[in-house]
Ligand binder design. Structure first.
Ligand code: GLU
Length: 289
């Protein structure tokens, strides 16, 4: 972030379940970092996956975040200059990025499986990341002439063997190798849903986010997103600005050392609230107070 530039942070929950202590931790840290820098905080509703997103989870996440004492200046509930703030309403922006990536030769259609991983519209974590793709469809000659993403999945052509390095503001220097840590990853699903990796880059760029605060399970996704940023920066002015800084928070684990997930209902903020846990206690359990 250049000096004089306004810090813009974001909270990017997916309304696919109740928020838990891990979210409390990440979003509290994100909000603190933003406040300390006199910035603006954006709430982005990551509801790309219509099968798993629910309106009641969206309402619960807004309510739980406010109960925790987290406030934002822009979001689906309060509007703002970069609206809409729900991913399900931003298809045209993702499509424009898809067109640019295709014209630039950065993506290709993939006909390998009849069904995409249903999870690809959501952020992957270490246990459900996509397997290395064997590049079967990589050199198909028809990529350049297909002008509509629908009906097939699309993959990003990674620079095999290249290192992707960045300095995380919390975890320090990071190093990933394309082709080893991840392969040609999905960018668009056959059912016309953009993949998480593309949507996040497009939104962070267009919403002018200067720092991304999220869980450490997304480090490898950051490497992939940097590649998308670089590819889009080559073909579009909107992406030629600075890539955001990254701050990946330590994960909250349950008693058995397992990373919290939405299935940990007992550790959801909602359940804790309903069983009488105070806000201070929730923040303490989340390790931020
Ligand atoms: N929506 C994602 C999630 O809930 C987070 C995406 C991000 O912070 O980039 O896991």
């Amino acid at each position: 972030m250049g000096s004089g530039e306004t810090y813009r942070g974001r909270l990017a929950p997916s309304p696919t379940g109740l928020l838990h202590l891990g979210h409390a931790r990440t979003f509290w840290i994100a909000a603190q970092r933003c406040r300390e820098r006199d910035g603006r905080l954006v709430l982005r509703n990551e509801d790309l996956d219509s099968q798993r997103s629910r309106a009641e989870f969206f309402r619960a996440m807004i309510d739980d975040l406010r109960w925790l004492g987290i406030d934002w200046e822009e979001g689906p509930d309060c509007g703002g200059p970069y609206a809409p703030y729900s991913q399900s309403e931003r298809h045209e922006y993702y499509l424009a990025a898809w067109q640019r990536l295709r014209r630039g030769g950065h993506i290709y259609p993939c006909f390998c499986s009849r069904k995409d991983r249903p999870q690809s519209a959501s952020a992957p974590n270490d246990n459900d990341d996509e397997p290395l793709y064997p590049e079967t469809c990589r050199n198909r000659p028809d990529a350049a002439i297909i002008s509509d993403p629908r009906g097939m999945s699309w993959r990003f052509r990674i620079p095999n063997g290249n290192a992707i390095e960045f300095t995380d503001l919390k975890l320090g220097p990071q190093h990933f190798v394309a082709g080893k840590d991840f392969g040609d990853f999905l960018i668009w699903r056959r059912d016309d849903v953009p993949a998480y990796q593309l949507a996040v880059v497009v939104d962070d760029a267009l919403m002018q986010i200067t720092e991304v605060v999220r869980g450490a399970d997304l480090l490898k996704s950051t490497a992939r997103q940097i590649l998308i940023w670089q590819a889009l920066a080559n073909v579009s002015r909107e992406f030629s600005g600075q890539i955001p800084s990254y701050y990946h928070c330590d994960l909250v684990r349950d008693g058995a050392g397992v990373r919290l997930a939405k299935r940990h209902d007992a550790l959801s903020i909602r359940h804790l609230r309903e069983t009488g846990t105070t806000r201070q206690e929730v923040l303490r359990l989340a390790g931020v107070q």
